[in-house]
Design a binder for this molecule. Sequence first.
Ligand SMILES: *[C@@H]1O[C@H](CO)[C@@H](O)[C@H](O)[C@H]1NC(C)=O
Length: 228
Amino acid sequence: MQLSLTQPSSWILLLLLMTNLLLWKNAASVPMCAMRNARCFTFFEDTFELAGSLSHNISIEVSELFTEFEKHYSKVPGLRDKSPTRCHTSFLPTPENKEQARHTHYEALLKSGEMILDAWESPLDDLVSELSTIKNVPDKIISKVTDIKKKIDAVQKGVNSLMSTMLQNGDEEKKNPAWSRLPLLQSDNEDTRIRSSYGMISCLDNDFKKVDIYLNVLKCYMLKIDNC
Ligand SMILES: *[C@@H]1O[C@H](CO)[C@@H](O)[C@H](O)[C@H]1NC(C)=O
C-alpha cells in the first residue's frame, strides 16, 4: 500500500487510519505497511517518521520567519533589545537540548513535545491576527506564518494521537500554561506591536527547535536508527 505523504492533510488522514489500526494494541503485528525507500514501515513507525520530518520542517520555517521578520523591521528602534516579556513557555519542565532529550524517558519526551504544542495553540492564533494588523507587513511573512500554523496543527494532532495510544494515562487532564493576550500586542503604537510580535516569534523559534529535537530523538529511538 503506497501513500503520498507530502501534504499535512494526507498526514492527518493517515493518522486517523492509524489510530483505528492501533486499536489492535500491538502495532508491530499490523500487517499493512507503507513502502518508502524500499522499506516497509508500519503505521506506528510511519507516524514517528512523519512527526520527525514535519517538526524539522516547521523548525526550519520558523527560523526563516524569524530572520525575515528581523530583516524587514530592522529599523524599528529597540527591536533586538532583550524582550521584557519572557516566553510564556519558559517555566515548562522540558529538556533544554539534545543531550538532555536523549536522557529523557520516551514517554516524558513525547509529553514534553505535547506540552509545548498545546501551549502554543492560542498564542499562535493571536500572533497570526496581530501580524495582519501591522501596516505593510510583507505577504511573504503572512503566508509563512499561516503555513507554519497549518503544519503545527498537523503535528499536534499526530502527537496527541500517539500520546493517547502509547500512554495509559494519556487522557489525563491537560493543564496549558496560562496565556492571556500580551498587553503589548494590543498596543496602539505600531512599533511596540512589532517589537512584541518579534519577541513572540523568537520564543516560537526557540520552542520549535526543541520540538524538532524531541520528535527526532523519539524517531531514532522508535525506528532504532543508529548514530542520530
Ligand atoms: C519536509 O520537507 C522536505 C523537503 O522540502 C519534504 O521532502 C518533506 O516531504 C517534508 N516533510 C513533511 C512531513 O511534510
